[in-house]
Design a protein around this ligand. Sequence first.
Ligand code: AMP
Length: 451
Amino acid sequence: MSFSSLGLSAPILKAVAEKGYDTPSPIQAQAIPAILQGKDIMAAAQTGTGKTAGFTLPILELLSKGERARANQARALILTPTRELAAQVSKSVATYGKNLPLRSAVVFGGVKINPQMMKLRKGVDILVATPGRLLDLYKQNAVQFKQLEILVLDEADRMLDMGFIHDIKKIIAALPRQRQNLLFSATFSNEIRDLAKGFVKNPIEISVSPRNTTAKTVEQWVYPVDKKQKSALLAQLIHNNQWQQVLVFSRTKHGANRLTRQLETGGIKAVAIHGDKSQGARTKALVDFKKGLVRVLVATDIAARGLDIDQLPHVVNFDLPNVAEDYVHRIGRTGRAGATGQAVSLVSADEIKQLTDIEQLIRQLLTRKYIDGFEPVHDVPESHLAGPKKPKKPKKTKTEHKDGQRSGENSQGHKPSAKKKYHGKPSRTTTKPTVKTRSGNSRRQSKVRSS
Ligand code: AMP
């Protein structure tokens, strides 16, 4: 299939060709004709699938035909959860729309509002926005929606995770009822479906990747390691394997700052990107990382959302995320558009619950590898994939679910032993000379090694 068969006009096809795309990605092949027909859509698609062009190209096509935006009006509104994603989407709008006489703008928080108000004064055909700043602008009458034709919610699941539900509802209430709605989300939880019910009409549902799967092109494994050894292990992995461009995820802003300092002390150029950094610092960090001036970008989940870095070879989970779906998003930063990538997680014993949740979600036990000198004193308990649900037992036992605990877990989420429910064993493999395979009872061994 080619782009020209999708119903796009010459100025758009030219821009697409200049970008170097020759074949539409699966989401584009499905979404573009449906959007051009004026349908509402609900699309399950992660970053990396080409979803941005999937909605931007047909929106440009539709808007190129109608009446231009009047003062302070917006004809299409694209809502995104983060500033980075907003900037990225707006860049795509500019790239794909460069041969059309349409105006676009991007607005997000963390920067001055006045220049944004000025930009909106003449009216824009496409407005890309984060919800909070858009509401501020709306309240100040800097933007109006009388001419609004199309609403896009991009990464809707993340918007809900980030607590934007009330802002989104307020925005939707301010829009004309007659409009086209496009909803994109990596996952379709019941919450998303509830949100969708409130505003999409007879949507065409599109799914290009099965829910919560990880790309086959991404090689994944974990290094069980004690918490206090994590930064030294990361530095060694970067040095020994000569990783040149590594995106590292940290659960907290504080942890991201600390790790950045530790890496810098070890002579590895690193920079942190998180919500406490100014927009300018975040943009610079990303640019430097893309250019190769910085070897390691340490990011929190929210800051990393929407980062579009082509061919990122290595993603490291310095901490495992508390929400298992975030693991899928995180490692989706590598192995994009068919390229191969590696996703490595440094896992300490207290993260067994997160590890188990992730393995359960992706239906796969992650291979465990050990590096000489970094074998954990507190080994990560063995994990397992739960089998199909068994019929309920008539009587409660001590090990049944209680206060959100799993069977056999204590209150810290540790699993004292992998007994009856064990359905598989993670393979322990060796990759490089420094990586060690362990045999026998790893926990007994680690006790012997404790220092
Ligand atoms: P997205 O999922 O929208 O973030 O896009 C992921 C990456 O795929 C971006 O770097 C796009 O430039 C690229 N991309 C989008 N569509 C295509 C296509 N049809 N062919 C090749 N690359 C594409």
